[in-house]
Write a protein that binds this ligand. Structure first.
Ligand SMILES: [Zn+2]
Length: 302
């Protein structure tokens, strides 16, 4: 794993076309050296390019990890998320609205304008102008899990075609990439089944969070498996919240696996240093644990 981490560390910024194309080359070389046939699933929409291993037309399990990377968020947004948690985005949003409301009650035009300018300005500057150079957790860690897992499965010929691995693009553009992927697969009559697992931001955190939208069958299966390992595992229904690529396939019961820390207000969970230049940590213990558990899962369902 160490060698792969070092290689990935050198190519953490995958934001523009040139960086993405270079990374696609790297992914393909990894797939070839593990003995896989691959395909690139393209769409004109935002120039999306997904890299996938070739599988049967109805694979038993599909793993997704987005390889594209994002811009940054101002540090105060992260503080709020630390307090409330990513798993309670609605609460975070309402608290922002409440803060804005309280500020407007001061009736002091200078304070109000200054506050709005700093809040809106810092978000705009971070999101539009500051491309994140450090992406070890989001989502180099997910890419690493998939690369290690596919390498293990490559050694088991009977499993190889029953599992599909997809490195997705444009998750950070409001999941546009995976929406397009679903459309392409529908057009082709590809049977993507009901075991789609997206792995996103698993490099730091001591709780395994399995999130889903409304349909909990797969998340329950995985929770049972992970509970045996000794990590804290939590299933969370995100309802209408588009959390990661799994959301594009929510009707199939698709899940997203994250590793998170408990938020300051108990009951929520947050992803540390997400969309920030401090996103430099991959805890190798998390990665090994996930690769072992997911390999076991694949063996039980294939
Ligand atoms: Zn992500």
């Amino acid at each position: 794993m160490d060698e792969l981490v070092e290689l990935l560390k050198k190519q953490q910024k995958r934001f523009n076309k040139k960086e993405k194309d270079a990374f696609i080359k790297f992914l393909i070389s990894q797939l070839i050296s593990s003995g896989y046939d691959y395909e690139i699933i393209e769409s004109n929409f935002f120039g999306t390019k997904h890299v996938a291993t070739k599988s049967d037309n109805n694979p038993s399990v599909i793993f997704l990890a987005h390889y594209d990377t994002a811009t940054t968020l101002p540090i105060w947004v992260e503080w709020l998320l630390r307090v409330f948690g990513h798993t309670r985005n609605l609460l975070t949003l309402s608290s922002i609205v409440l803060i804005f409301h309280l500020i407007s009650l001061t009736n002091n035009a200078l304070i109000i304008n200054l506050f709005y300018a700093i809040a809106a300005g810092s978000i705009l500057i971070s999101m539009i102008m500051i491309v994140n150079k450090n992406t070890m957790n989001d989502n180099t860690s997910g890419v690493l899990v998939l690369l290690l897992l596919l390498n293990r499965i490559a050694k088991q010929e009977d499993l190889k075609k029953k599992v599909k691995f997809v490195f997705t693009d444009n998750e950070e553009k409001f999941l546009a990439g995976s929406f397009q992927l679903k459309r392409k697969w529908n057009q082709r009559g590809f049977n993507y089944g009901n075991r789609i697992i997206s792995v996103d931001s698993v490099g730091s955190g001591d709780n395994i969070i399995i999130s889903y939208n409304f349909i909990s069958k797969l998340s329950n299966e995985l929770k049972t498996l992970f509970s045996r390992i000794g990590y804290k595992v939590k299933n969370i229904n995100m309802f209408f919240m588009p959390f990661s690529d799994a959301y594009s396939f929510w009707r199939t019961g698709a899940v997203n696996i994250n590793m998170m820390y408990q938020s300051i207000l108990p009951g929520g969970y947050y992803i540390k240093n997400i969309h920030s230049k401090r996103d430099k940590v991959i805890n190798k213990e998390n990665i090994s644990m996930l690769v072992d558990a997911l390999e076991e899962y694949v063996k039980t369902v294939c």
